[in-house]
Write a protein of this length. Structure first.
Length: 549
């Protein structure tokens, strides 16, 4: 070794480089460990959100790798009772995309719980009411199918992801959007929807961006920014500026596929302080983007204000009531299927008979259908009654099938039978009857309740009737109940006999009414084995006891 030469510095430099990289990394790990030790949680890998539907109906939603969560296939209120929101193997509400014959005109409805129709029966939600309106225009369900892809708690980010799937797999002719009513402005738990979507596609973001340190910094930055947050939440699920970008992307996708879009601008009732400040801003964004794109839109706000009472068009602060959905469908239907459809030659498939001719709104009753053009051994057809799936369809004869109807709205409902070759439609096939409460016209005065055999009921009375009903999934509550009326002589539990009847002999009117001129009576009726206070109970229409002149 010559003078002036020392040891090779290369290994030493390499060591310094390793230390330079490892030291900050180790420091970050130490900070992360300390934060978690003091209770600062990392962003959960599983999507967490505040959602009323999933809390009221555990199991209604399940995880989804691409869209965070989805409607769970095969959902039931319980093993014994399907309820309003039962689903088949597809998970979505109502009529399925397959099996279906070629040539049907397809309308896809996409959005959140407003599109889904939370709180109302399938026959009364937007898809069901659009079916009614189009049928009245001569476009029956064997010509046009309305597919409900609404998912409770979806934001515009998730709707765009689902739209891509629907355009690719279902290939609709038209799309109706009903979105940005509430969920985009809801508080994010951890990352917002756009960040979460990016994190799911990046290994770095999947681990680093979800750390407690980044979650803490994110919350601090958002809390000091635009004021879109609530305490303890890291901003809104979709930033306000992103709503328009997402809708623009959806409309662009429709235009590229040659699909006709119609957009509903969401609305909210008046006088409710719980509405997020962002709600009107998001509605303005939906309105502006739609009009700038030259897309037809139905503005629900002015439309609902045409009603005598705006609040009667809603079940709560965002979801339309059956009256609201009827009003919307009446305005949307003329914008759909504007060109004549080609004539379809009569097919072999036909509905020959249906029994029974009446079922209860409570559901869980078996219907039998005799068909022509179908025989045992063929693929089982789909049955849809009043925009609600008939569940657990099976063959019971060479040309007969049967299935179980789910809870649905009252009225004469049409029945659809559909295979991969044909569709057959029978209007007014089955009457769906709500539990009925009436006064027998004799003495002594008797109150008679009729519904399913073995049903359980809770009788309630009040001297006050609401101007419009308070809606929830059990139907329309017209009574204004107070502590005094809840203890009245008419608060009774009744059990219906094997003929579906219960009777109550009433005291003389002067004793029953007291100082009141009228007493309004309603009953909550539940199927056998359920409490009248459960979600599957149904309200009767109110009836009145009046003082004799």
């Amino acid at each position: 070794m010559s003078r002036g030469q020392g040891a090779d510095p290369t290994p030493r430099r390499a060591t310094f480089r390793v230390i330079a990289v490892a030291l900050p990394f180790g420091l970050l790990l130490a900070v992360e460990a300390v934060l978690q030790l003091f209770g600062f949680a990392p962003d959960p890998p599983r999507f967490v959100f505040q959602n009323d539907a999933s809390e009221r109906h555990p199991g209604m939603l399940r995880d989804h790798q691409g869209r965070f969560f989805e409607l769970a296939p095969g959902y039931r209120h319980s093993p014994e009772h399907a309820g309003l929101y039962a689903s088949a193997s597809e998970g979505f509400r109502g009529r399925p995309a397959t099996p279906a014959p070629e040539g049907l005109w397809r309308i896809a409805l996409l959005g959140d719980s407003c599109a889904y129709g939370l709180d109302v029966p399938a026959s009364d939600c937007l898809a069901g009411q659009l079916e009614v309106q189009l049928t009245a225009r001569g476009l029956s369900p064997d010509q046009v199918e309305i597919l409900n892809f609404g998912v409770p708690a979806y934001t515009t980010v998730q709707v765009r992801l689902l739209l891509r799937e629907v355009l690719e797999k279902v290939r609709p002719d038209e799309v109706v959007f009903y979105l940005a009513g509430w969920n985009d402005a809801a508080p994010a738990v951890g990352m917002n929807d756009s960040q979460r979507l990016a994190a799911s596609r990046s290994l770095f973001q999947r681990y680093f961006v979800r750390s407690a340190l980044v979650s803490l910094l994110r919350e601090a930055l958002v809390s000091g920014s635009s004021g879109e947050t609530v305490p303890g939440a890291a901003g809104s699920r979709v930033p306000a500026k992103t709503v328009g970008t997402e809708l623009e992307a959806m409309l662009r996708l429709c235009r590229e596929r040659g699909v006709h879009p119609v957009v509903v601008v969401p609305a909210h009732p008046t006088g409710l302080g719980v509405i997020p400040p962002r709600a009107s801003r998001d509605a303005d964004t939906v309105r502006r983007v739609s009009r700038n794109a030259g897309v037809e839109c139905i503005d629900a706000g002015p439309l609902f204000r045409e009603a005598e009472d705006l609040d009667s068009q809603f079940t709560d602060v965002v979801h339309p009531s059956p009256d609201g959905f009827r009003r919307l469908a009446t305005s949307i239907a003329p914008l759909l299927v504007t060109d004549p459809l080609p004539l379809r030659p009569p097919g072999e498939l036909a509905i020959l008979s249906v029994s029974p001719d009446e079922v209860s709104t409570l559901g869980d009753e078996v219907v039998r259908v005799q068909l022509r053009g179908w025989q045992r051994g063929d693929e089982l057809p789909v049955l849809v009654l009043g925009a609600a799936r008939v569940l657990d369809v099976k063959a019971v004869g060479d040309h007969e099938i049967e299935g179980t109807v789910m809870a649905n709205g009252p009225g004469m409902q049409g029945l659809l039978v559909q295979t991969d070759r044909e569709a057959a439609w029978r209007p007014d096939a089955i009457r769906v009857a709500r539990p009925r409460l009436a006064l027998a016209d004799d003495a002594p005065i008797r109150l008679v309740l009729r519904s399913r055999p073995g049903a359980q009921a809770l009788l309630l009375a009040s001297a006050h009737r609401r101007d419009h009903p308070e809606w929830d999934e059990r139907g329309a509550q017209w009574l204004e109940l107070t502590g005094e009326t809840e203890g009245s002589a008419l608060r009774r539990r009744l059990s219906l006999d094997t003929e579906g009847r219960a009777e109550l002999v009433l005291p003389p009117l002067n004793i029953l009414l007291g100082t009141n001129e009228v007493l309004w009576i309603q009953a909550l009726v539940a199927p056998p084995g359920e409490s009248p206070n459960s979600a599957v109970a149904q309200w009767t229409e109110p009836t009145a006891l009046r003082r004799e002149p």
